[in-house]
Design a protein around this ligand. Structure first.
Ligand code: AMP
Length: 285
């Protein structure tokens, strides 16, 4: 596995790969790698000749008072995991190289970036879209793989790719979970023992709602009520939002006619960690 830090070197490398007829599969991450990240690398490897994984804790997607400074940075361990998982190129630029002095261009995916997580993280998706567009231009992938764990991110990025006529194909991988159902996340490291004990309830509530849907319930509010009942049984977290939304527009759905996304964000009470999870009804994203 080759480790590349410079965006210029990465761009030259991807041009060379493409001139020799090789296709590139790309998996962007912020590091602190777990099985969820590595599963995306496997998906990318299946249909491309070379895989590129980026590790970059992107400052522009963190708001004031968020965890940019304390976000886990475990590069040595990550590079071993990426190599063992078959990654060909690990791209880890510095914040200075990605955002040099006088940097001033940003991407706004209007409307979608104000829904769900966007309501409390106003510039988050602007930061995500900006860095992903930059990565697409540096890495030049044919395929980029994102996790359904961050469902809104996936939906917003698909919108950006379509709106800007980008030639990359966006694929998605399923949410990889711990044995007890908690969605794997680099932020799970922040949880206190009590929070970690109760965190699987987040998915349990979502599964309960899906069972209700599978038994014929189509009223969005009833599904939300079912999830709230599960969440009330723990004092370890409070929901920030629980929404049943359209998978393209992210608009709330009173009545589910076709596919729907149930998305939740919770704030834990001791470590104040923000955990997100979701489930798709009636298909995949
Ligand atoms: P992050 O490092 O959190 O920015 O995530 C990088 C990529 O990994 C994103 O596309 C995430 O959606 C994806 N990802 C994170 N956690 C999981 C998970 N538990 N299962 C599948 N994909 C994940």
């Amino acid at each position: 596995m080759k480790i590349v830090n410079s965006p210029v070197e990465m761009k030259n490398l991807s041009i060379t790969l493409q001139r020799s007829g090789k296709t590139i599969g790309f998996v962007p991450t912020m590091g602190a790698l777990h099985q969820g990240h590595l599963s995306l690398l496997n998906i990318a490897a299946k249909s491309t000749d070379a895989t590129v994984m980026s590790i970059f804790v992107n400052p522009s997607q963190f708001g004031p008072g968020e965890d940019y400074d304390k976000y886990p940075r475990t590069f040595e361990l990550d590079s071993k995991k990426a190599q063992d998982a078959g990654c060909d190129i690990l791209f880890a630029p510095t914040a200075q190289d990605m955002y040099p002095p006088n940097y001033s261009s940003y991407v706004d995916v209007a409307k979608l970036d104000t829904k769900l997580c966007g309501a409390t993280r106003p510039d988050h998706f602007r930061g995500v879209c900006t860095v992903v567009l930059k990565f697409f231009n540096i890495v030049n992938p044919q395929i980029a793989v994102f996790g359904q764990k961050d469902a809104q991110q996936l939906i917003v990025l698909r919108r950006m790719v379509s709106d800007f006529n980008l030639s990359v194909s966006v694929e998605s991988g399923p949410v990889i979970r711990e044995k007890d159902g908690l969605a794997m996340s680099s932020r799970n490291k922040y949880l206190t023992p009590h929070e970690r004990r109760d965190a699987p309830l987040i998915y349990k509530g979502l599964k309960g709602a899906k069972e209700l849907f599978d038994s014929g319930e189509r009223d969005g509010d009833k599904l939300i009520e079912m999830i709230k009942t599960h969440y009330k049984s723990s004092a370890m977290f409070t929901p920030e939002y629980i929404e049943v939304v359209d998978i393209v527009t992210l608009e709330p759905l009173k009545e589910i006619k076709d596919k729907a996304l149930i998305a939740v964000a919770c704030k834990t009470s001791e470590s104040k960690t923000r955990l997100i999870d979701n489930i798709v009804l009636g298909g995949e994203l």
